[in-house]
Design a protein around this ligand. Structure first.
Ligand code: NDP
Ligand code: MG
Length: 398
């Protein structure tokens, strides 16, 4: 952090310098809106995109970061042309994310890239003792234990951006960790929450991408439709809050106003409520421990009228029972779970497989892989690559 004196006021302010990995996505663009509204106490030091070169250039012009990274190096030349008149350093290739995660000047690394691609940078930032404002949940699913250990050892912080985990983080402040009886993760249930098991076989890509509540990137939107997103969130909560998965429950709450709850041993249930808008969880991860006025608006309960809850059907949403099993098995199981899903969702988005094939492929990989406990990072990455190859080869031969 850097101290500077407010013009003519004699008052010193802290400026938090922020790097956004994945600034051109749904979370990334919302994060920039939040930072703009927060004003002078927060500055954008680095931005990254994969291939959205025009949008990244536009963001660089507006927010004047010192660094921009383009992970698909084929776009480096075009980015350099677009930014020729700006005083900004351009980095390129997948490794540029790590370079940004390690920048000494950066206080907060907001990780909003999608999928396992974020893992090396998230680990690097944790090792450097940064505040990680973590939206990119896949690295937590893959290597949550290691990530939390690294952050602890370096004195870094991991603050959740995922709305449910932000809610849990806020609710946790009402008691002590040892007083937690259970965590209740809420889920919108996605577009197929009322669909019967037989009808799920015929859903289309367009139906899977039509989320009833949240406006998000395509991968997480499909993950919400399969409820794989909630399955990941069970594992994410397990590592973020050091709670065994047996103490984590999922409830479908279609209104998406209660973002999650913590039940304490005295039978108190503490919830956090907000509109279904990612700006508030993003902002809290940046401003914590402060709460400041920003662009979020409080929900009006009298307009909402009623809030409803029901248990998800584990036969329709196979991802949920699998998440508990994966957490119980440990080893490389979560890596295979994540990588198989990521590869299968890619195939589904490309129109090559059906919606139901996603979970079938994930289960196939989990059954076939010989998961061991106590695996190293290298072994985890090998398991990740194996699951991707396996999905591609099974999908191609189907
Ligand atoms: P988007 O698809 O909208 O954005 C992804 C971002 O990552 C873009 O900036 C994209 O760049 C970049 N990117 C894509 N592929 C790569 C790659 N291989 N290497 C490096 N960067 C890459 O995703 P979302 O914003 O929806 O989600 C981001 C993360 O946040 C996910 O992990 C998701 O699960 C999590 N999350 C999202 C929520 C939401 O509301 N959207 C809510 C809670 C969690 P480009 O634009 O150039 O392709
Ligand atoms: Mg979520």
């Amino acid at each position: 952090m850097v101290l500077f004196a407010g013009a003519g006021t004699g008052v010193a302010y802290m400026v938090r310098r922020i790097a956004i990995l994945g600034s051109t996505g749904s979370i990334g663009t919302n994060a920039l809106r939040v930072i703009e509204a927060l004003g002078s106490g927060y500055s954008v030091f680095a931005l990254s995109a994969h291939s959205s070169v025009e949008l990244l250039a536009e963001q660089a012009r507006r927010f004047k970061p010192k660094y921009v990274a383009i992970t698909d190096a084929d776009n480096q030349k075009r980015l350099a042309e677009l930014l020729a008149d700006l005083d900004v350093e351009i980095l390129a290739g997948p490794e540029s994310l790590v370079a940004i995660g390690e920048l000494a000047e950066v206080d907060i690394v907001l990780t909003a890239v999608v999928g396992a691609a974020g893992l090396p940078a998230v680990l690097a930032a944790a090792r450097r003792g940064k505040r990680l404002a973590i939206a990119n949940k896949e690295p937590l699913v893959m290597a949550g234990e290691l990530l939390v250990k690294e952050a602890r050892a370096s004195g870094g912080e991991i603050l959740p951006v995922d709305s449910e985990h932000s809610a849990i983080f806020q609710a946790m402040q009402a008691g002590r960790p040892k007083e937690v009886a259970k965590i209740i993760l809420t889920a919108s249930g996605g577009p197929f929450r009322e669909v019967a098991i037989d009808d799920i076989r015929n859903v289309t890509l367009a139906q899977a991408l039509a989320h009833p509540v949240w406006d998000m990137g395509p991968k997480i939107t499909v993950d919400s439709a399969t409820m794989m997103n909630k399955a990941f969130e069970i594992i994410e909560a397990r590592w973020l809050f050091d709670v065994p998965v047996e103490k984590i429950e999922v409830l479908i709450h279609p209104e998406s106003i209660i973002h999650s709850l913590v039940e304490f041993v005295d039978a108190s249930l503490i919830a956090q409520l907000g509109r279904p808008d990612m700006c508030l969880p993003i902002q809290y991860a940046l401003t914590y421990p402060d709460r400041v006025a920003g662009i979020a608006r409080a929900p009006r309960l009298e307009e909402i009228g009623k809030l409803t809850f029901k248990r998800p059907n584990p036969e329709v949403f196979r991802a949920l029972p699998l998440a508990y099993e994966v957490a119980r098995v440990g080893g490389a199981a979560a890596v295979v779970f994540n990588a198989a899903n990521e590869a299968a969702v890619e195939e589904f988005l490309a129109g090559k497989i059906k919606f139901v094939n996603i979970l079938e492929l994930v289960e196939h990989c989990l059954n076939k892989h010989d998961v061991k406990t106590g695996v190293s990072l290298e072994e985890l990455l090998e398991a990740d690559a194996w699951a991707r190859r396996e999905v591609t080869s099974v999908a191609c031969s189907a």
